[in-house]
Design a protein around this ligand. Sequence first.
Ligand code: MLT
Length: 407
Amino acid sequence: MIKINENYKKLQSSYLFVEIAKRVSQFQKENQDKEIIRMGIGDVTLPIPSVCIDAMHKGVDDLSNTKTFRGYGPEQGYDFLREAISENEFKSRGADISADEIFISDGAKCDTGNFQELFSQDTIIALPDPVYPVYSDTNVMAGRSGNFANGKYENFIYLDSTESNNFIPDLPSKKPDLIYLCFPNNPTGATATKDQLKKWVNYAKENKALILFDAAYETFIRDESLPKSIFEISGAKEVAVEFRSFSKSAGFTGVRCAHIAIPKECKIWDKAGESYSLHSLWNRRHSTKFNGASYPVQRGAAAIYTSEGKKEVKAMIDYYLENAKIIRNAMINLGYKCTGGDNSPYVWVKTKTSSWDFFDSLLKNAGVVCTPGSGFGKCGEGFVRFSAFNTKENTEKAMTKIAHIAN
Ligand code: MLT
């Protein structure tokens, strides 16, 4: 008899964004003539920069010619892309990450979800609350969570991100082995300073813990004093791994391309205290389970680092940040407290009703979709997240509709 992985029974009924899509599609079915403006899932609306499109076309043409054809690429990614990332994303900011410490993949969702496979079953996990559900759900699937009660899994250490700590979690009182951090944060939009990250790096060093740092939204940081990478913090290379993505920075949500930086000095240990290189372990896992991101897509991603690519990406991020400002200002004018939206594409809004009630009422009365904060964890109750990735026209229209129902 084929048996279920019992851990799957501990998952909440459906993945957050699937549940939202289900409610929205039901509403649309019942209200076919009603316009719906989507500010829920962080999916982009602007087209991919034209330099990337040209490079992808050229990449496809390469595949049509015997002389330039490529079959399986290196699982870790092509050197042309890894070198461009190392120079432009890390070395240019004083973070010493070399090309061979970078692994190209087909998305940060898969990377942040898969990475936990390298760790023992009894690894103690610390994760933010509210949290990007992938960190939590994949550790539930792997059997590290214990049971779910009162909105929390019993074995996880929750790093509460609330108004009282400005959505920057404090160090935990219980000791974790693996710590998930995400800045600019999804969902709260909060950003961490160098001093705040330094505290986490020191803590990880003292406790032989590892930080999984999700920097998927770093392109939105415009305040030059804020770190874009955890590797801008001295000592981080021994205790951190960083995840990045082209999805939000260059409109690749449908194309799929991301990368992980794993410094060679980063170590983990077995029960006997013998150390292992995390870089080698991931290399083993990645080359066993992944056959490389597609060649035309990697060509497209590399074009981001040309001078024209940088200009186009900047214009795209400026556009979304302007939307974030529109959302933030409109909600503040309506009397809501907001965080995020200045160095981040997400605006985290404190509601006057429960998260799902606010979501349902906004959908029904204004035709606007947001994401209920409680879907990201217990501390998200009483908040919703607005994504700035729609068009400017729709963002303005949505805010006018919300103002209309509020008055
Ligand atoms: C989000 O809306 O939180 C993200 O778009 C989800 C993702 O990147 O998988």
